[in-house]
Every structure is written in structure tokens, then in C-alpha cells.
Design a protein around this ligand. Structure first.
Ligand code: S3P
Length: 440
């Protein structure tokens, strides 16, 4: 489905971004292996999370989801109660489902094959198969041991996994979580060191469920074979999804919108820090806790943005928000310098290249050198007038739709269907705020 985004009048009103994708996946996965019934409120019902739910059902977990109320009931089967599925588990577009569930399955005495769409089948899985193999898991890839891409099979093994000490070579919460989920069934203590902090939802949720987990700065220690207590999970609004209406309101003159109860975990909210440094008029109102996570109501008013240098160490706290930050930088005055963006090249698409190509085609001036991107903002709207290939990547699709809302000429994306993975009602909600989005 093609969608065209045209210069829009000011955005006004309140919109509720969907539930946090990371926390939604984790609430289903951890609820599935708890001892008893868990519930989830505010669940993201996008395709990625539904793929996690379907896979868990295929492994014997009873999960009832209401798409209408965005709630779930999960009948946990206990730490080691999953069964071998009858058919391959289709992860669709979802790297989080694939990497977390492979870790979970590795810790059980079952065999499961994981498949994915064209985008996910290109993404690197060696980053999880290496550490899981060190724990004694057996994983194979149709593409061979060197490539390690989906389709992949996690094979049952007779002996329980071994706990280990592992230092994360990249700041990846998916890798960290995959190892911790495998460690839940290990004898002994799995020790993960994260030299650069990345999102910590898995650790926080495991602690709340009574797991034997200690976090001391970069050191995470998890002692396996401790049953998990069921929970009533409440999921805050996803800061990664909130970033799209936020930037839209900043760049469209006279806009003034409010986004209630957005997650403000400091390992996730780098985009707000960065936009504030750029001069954004963003207020973080009514700070409070929801389901153990800090949240705030985000009020955004149209603003004149300045180019800045983004500190590379902030990248993990806003890794999914770079595409939309590039859009904000395209409307700013002066250079926005962003270095060390290698991880962006292995997301749902090569986000660094795809964004740079699309922005150039829309008339944005930029310099891409290796993993560094400098956007030369000229304090006026980019020209637009392009059709962008979204490369099966929801965040590329939404970023270019936001770009088109304030550009001189419309911007079309070739395929809006990937938006279903993380923000199913993006087009409806943005339209309600005033955006001009027309499906072809
Ligand atoms: C996620 C971690 C990040 C992020 C992804 C969700 C998670 O991936 O990009 O959208 O839920 O753990 P990496 O672990 O590859 O950085």
C-alpha cells in the first residue's frame, strides 16, 4: 500500500502512542514461563508482538489477547515447560522475537525452527548463536555456520546449558536478553557484562518476578532454576513510537500536541534529550511510574531547531530513533553530527544508507562517511517530491511520512504495511491530529 504525505496544517490535540514494543514482547515471554496466570494491560498489538504470541502458543502456552482492549492473559507453563512446536516459528519482521525466543528455546529441552521475512532473514544472528553455543546450545542455520541467518534451528540437547561469564561485544539488549533467558534454566550463575548500557527491561521485569538477579553497574548476575512469579504487567507508551508525532509537531508550524504516559526509562529516552538540546519546545509533564517504569506526558510545540553534535555514547539510548532524528536534523539550522552509527546498518533495513539515499533524493544536504552522518540543515523545509522505498522497515516508512508533512512538496512511500509491526494506527492517529496522509 502506497501512502503520500503532503504539507499539513498545524497538528493539534492528544494522541496515545501504542504500548512499548520491547516491554510487550517481554511481558508475553516472561509471563509464558511464570508459574501461573499473568495479565498484560496496554499491550502493543502490532504484528511483531503478535508473532511472539503465536510462537509461544505453538510451544504450548495458552495466551488470550483482546485486540480491542489491548490486554492479554497468559497461562504460564513454568520455567521449563515449553514443548517442541509442530511447525516452524515464523518471526515475520521481528528481530526481538527471533533473538529473545531463540535464547528462551535454547534453555529448554526442545527443538524449534525459526523463519522470518526477507528483511529479518538478512539480519545477523551470529551475535546470539555465538554466546548461546558457549553455553552448550546447538544452533544451525540453513545458510551455514558462518552466515548464521534465518531460517535457523535450535536443537534440543540432553544436558542443561552451562552458565558462563560473557562480555557483550556490542551494546545490544536483544543479545543480553537472549543470554539471560537461556540462563534461566542453567545450573549456576550466568554473568553478563555490558560495558555500554542498553535497555534494561528484561533485568527489571525478571527482578519483579522474583528471579535471582543482581545488577551492579555493568555486571548482571542471574542464577538459574528459580521459578518466576506471575505478574500483572502494565505497559507504558513506547518512546520510540512517540518520537514520530513528536518530530512531526516540532517541524509543522504552530503545532501543539500532547502524548500521555510515554516511557522515560533513561536507557530509552535519548531522543528527548537530543531534541531538547536542539532547542525543541518539549515539556515532560507529570513524571510518575507505570508498571515499574518511569513515564511522563510529553507536550510538544513547533520549534526552530539548531544542529548539534550527538555524543556517540548516547546512541544506545536512542538507537531506534535515529531515522526520525535525521528528519528533525533536515529541518534544523546548521550541521547535526552523528558518529558511530554502525548498528543502524543491521536493523530492519540498512537504516543509515536507506535514510541517507532517501533524504538526498528529497533535497537534504548531507555527508555520509563510513558510520558517520552529518546532516547540513538549512533552516528551511526540504523539497520533497520523491517516492521512497521503505525496504520493509516500519521506521523508514514513518520517518519519510513525517518528512513529507512539512516539506515543500509531497513525499510518497512505496509500502506502508510494515508500519503494522509497531504502530498499527499510525495513519489514523496522525490524520486525527491534522496530518495529510493519503493512501493510494
Ligand atoms: C530491542 C533492542 C534493540 C532495538 C530493538 C528492540 C529490544 O535492538 O533496536 O528495536 O527489545 O531488546 P538491539 O539489541 O539489536 O540493539
Amino acid at each position: 500500500m502506497k501512502v503520500t504525505s503532503s504539507p499539513s496544517p498545524s497538528l493539534k490535540g492528544t494522541m496515545s502512542p501504542p504500548g512499548d514494543k520491547s516491554i510487550s514482547h517481554r511481558s508475553l515471554i516472561l509471563g509464558a514461563i511464570a508459574d501461573g496466570e499473568s495479565t498484560v494491560t496496554g499491550l502493543l498489538t502490532g504484528e511483531d508482538v503478535m508473532n511472539t504470541a503465536t510462537a509461544l502458543r505453538q510451544m504450548g502456552v495458552d495466551i488470550v489477547i483482546s485486540l480491542h482492549t489491548k490486554t492479554a492473559k497468559i497461562h504460564g507453563v513454568g520455567l521449563n515447560g515449553l514443548r517442541t512446536p509442530d511447525a516452524p516459528l515464523d518471526m515475520g519482521n521481528s528481530g526481538t522475537s527471533a533473538r529473545l525466543l531463540m535464547g528462551l528455546v535454547a534453555g529448554q529441552n526442545i527443538t524449534a525452527t525459526f523463519t522470518g521475512d526477507a528483511s529479518l532473514s538478512k539480519r545477523p544472528m551470529k551475535r546470539i548463536s555465538d554466546p548461546l553455543s558457549m553455553m552448550g546450545a546447538r544452533l544451525s542455520s540453513v545458510a551455514g555456520d558462518n552466515a548464521m541467518t534465518l531460517p535457523m534451528t535450535v536443537h534440543s540437547q540432553r544436558a542443561p546449558l552451562r552458565s558462563m561469564d560473557y562480555t557483550l561485544p556490542i551494546p545490544s539488549a536483544q543479545v543480553k536478553s537472549s543470554i539471560l533467558l537461556a540462563g534461566l534454566n542453567c545450573e549456576g550463575t550466568t554473568h553478563v557484562v555490558e560495558p555500554i548500557p542498553c535497555r534494561d527491561h528484561t533485568e527489571n521485569m525478571l527482578a519483579a518476578m522474583g528471579a535471582s538477579i543482581q545488577v551492579d553497574g555493568p555486571d548482571i548476575r542471574l542464577t538459574g532454576q528459580h521459578p518466576l512469579k506471575p505478574q500483572d504487567f502494565t505497559v507504558p507508551a513506547d518512546p520510540s513510537s512517540a518520537a514520530f508525532p513528536t518530530v512531526a509537531a516540532l517541524i509543522i508550524k504552530w503545532s501543539d500536541i500532547t502524548l500521555p504516559a510515554v516511557g522515560m526509562n533513561t536507557r530509552r529516552n535519548g531522543i528527548f534529550t537530543t531534541l531538547l538540546e536542539m532547542g525543541a519546545n518539549i515539556e515532560l509533564l507529570n513524571p510518575r511510574d507505570i508498571g515499574g517504569e518511569p513515564v511522563a506526558d510529553v507536550r510538544v510545540q513547533a520549534s526552530a531547531l539548531q544542529g548539534i553534535t550527538v555524543p556517540p555514547e548516547r546512541a544506545p539510548s536512542m538507537i531506534d530513533e535515529f531515522p526520525i532524528l535525521f528528519v528533525a536534523a533536515s529541518y534544523a539550522d546548521g550541521d547535526t553530527v552523528m558518529r558511530g552509527l554502525h548498528e543502524l546498518t543491521v536493523k530492519e533495513s540498512n537504516r543509515l544508507q536507506v535514510m541517507a539515499d532517501g533524504l538526498r533524493a528529497a533535497g537534504v544536504s548531507l555527508t555520509l562517511e563510513g558510520d558517520d552522518l552529518i546532516i547540513h540543515g538549512r533552516n528551511r523545509p526540504p523539497y520533497g517530491d520523491v517516492e521512497i522505498d521503505a525496504h520493509l522497515d516500519h521506521r523508514i516508512a514513518m520517518s519519510f511520512l513525517v518528512l513529507g508533512m512539512a516539506a515543500q512538496r509531497p513525499v510518497t512511500i512505496n509500502d506502508a504495511t510494515p508500519i503494522q509491526t509497531s504502530f498499527p494506527d499510525f495513519i489514523d492517529q496522525m490524520t486525527r491530529l491534522g496530518a495529510k496522509l493519503t493512501p493510494d
